[in-house]
Design a protein around this ligand. Structure first.
Ligand SMILES: [Zn+2]
Length: 96
């Protein structure tokens, strides 16, 4: 499954609800899920990590659908040729 296939799946499952909720409230759900992911990382809980990564990815795809962004296109456009700053794979930028 490609990223675009997953985004299309989210559109099929949740598209009507996501559009009705709108971008601002969908963004709030994404932020809440990121908070849950942060908690799973802090706890080092592997089963919770798996679940929260899935939720964050699903809400990211939902938000992208609401604002008409093709995640696969934008991700590959920015990162498909390597680091967008130094243009290298792997990145050769100074570690921050
Ligand atoms: Zn770089």
């Amino acid at each position: 499954m490609k990223i675009s296939d997953f985004q299309s799946l989210m559109l099929e499952i949740y598209g009507i609800r996501d559009r009705a909720r709108g971008p601002e409230r969908t963004m709030l759900w994404l932020v809440e899920e990121i908070g849950e992911l942060a908690e799973a990382v802090r706890e080092g809980n592997n089963s919770k990590l798996s679940e929260e990564f899935a939720d964050v990815f699903a809400w990211l795809a939902s938000l992208a659908n609401v604002v008409n962004i093709d995640l696969e296109t934008v991700a590959l456009s920015k990162y498909g040729s390597g680091c967008p700053v130094c243009k290298s794979i792997p990145c050769k930028c100074a570690i921050k």
